[in-house]
Design a protein around this ligand. Structure first.
Ligand code: CDP
Length: 253
């Protein structure tokens, strides 16, 4: 333990190059995915990623509310990211604060660029992201969950959108920061990738990186996103194989 002023700073990287939870610098936290946990939504997904727990629900294409937001030539995408009051250590004041509004906006923009909105004029595609437990990287976990929920709803898109945050921890570039690393690290760089085109549809940065570090962070993030992409596809495949199997069994009965 070191200390900065009165704050105790945990040792973020040990002599063996292991992080606070034993991970290597290029290692993701464990991810588990459940597709379609909600029956009322058109599509849904629940993602547990490290200590993050995030639910996403998708409705639509459906009627636009409020109506003045309607676009005659395409669907609009509306996304609401919300953190439950009980999701963090110190109770968060409920409701849409500035941080949630900013995250909702960047996630909306990411999805606007991959959903084929022109196929559904005059409608709305509504995405709800509820963070039930937070431990850094919730906007990325939210994007992953929402992307899977959109796929579950059958919304046509160019691709799934894996996301991950990369950062700088004890002077080194590290994949998928957890809370202590986000709090005491030197930089945090969430990103979201469209794997087939290699396009980044979300890229934000807090803290400081030099040009070489930025390049290293982007490379590590893209590799991390591709690993998450594989897990996302596996989860969807497993879900539809199971659903297909059940249908076949029903048809055979
Ligand atoms: O969650 P994400 O990393 O995308 O966003 P952030 O604004 O960098 O927040 C990092 C973490 O700080 C969150 O995941 C929460 O664990 C925590 N946090 C909190 O404890 N209370 C808040 N009001 C907001 C965030």
């Amino acid at each position: 333990m070191g200390s900065v002023g009165a704050k105790e700073v945990p040792e973020l990287l040990n002599a063996e190059g292991r992080r606070i939870d034993g991970r290597r610098l290029d290692e993701l936290r464990p991810i588990s995915i459940k597709i379609a946990p909600l029956t009322r939504a058109d599509g849904s997904a629940f993602v547990e990623w490290g200590e993050n727990k995030v639910m996403a629900a998708v409705y639509g294409p459906r009627e636009v509310h409020p109506r003045h937001l309607m676009e005659t030539d395409k669907a609009i995408v509306q996304c609401r990211y919300n953190m439950a009051a009980f999701s963090v250590d110190e109770r968060k004041r409920p409701g849409l604060d500035r941080r949630s509004q900013e995250i909702s906006k960047v996630i909306t923009e990411a999805f606007e660029s991959v959903i084929f909105t022109e196929e559904f004029p005059k409608t709305s595609i509504d995405i709800y992201i509820e963070v039930l437990q937070a431990n850094a990287g919730t906007r990325c976990a939210g994007l992953v969950a929402a992307s899977l929920a959109l796929a579950d709803a059958g919304i046509p898109m160019a691709d799934l959108v894996p996301a991950v945050a990369v950062g700088k921890v004890a002077g080194r570039i590290a994949l998928d920061l957890k809370k202590e690393e986000d709090n005491f690290g030197e930089a945090d760089l969430p990103m979201a990738l469209v794997p087939q085109s290699g396009r980044l549809v979300l890229l934000q940065m807090e803290g400081h990186l030099n040009r070489g570090e930025l390049r290293e962070a982007l490379d590590l993030g893209v590799t991390g996103c591709r690993e998450i992409y594989r897990k996302m596809r596996e989860a969807l495949r497993a879900r539809y194989e199971a659903a297909g199997g059940a249908e076949e069994a029903e048809a055979a009965a």
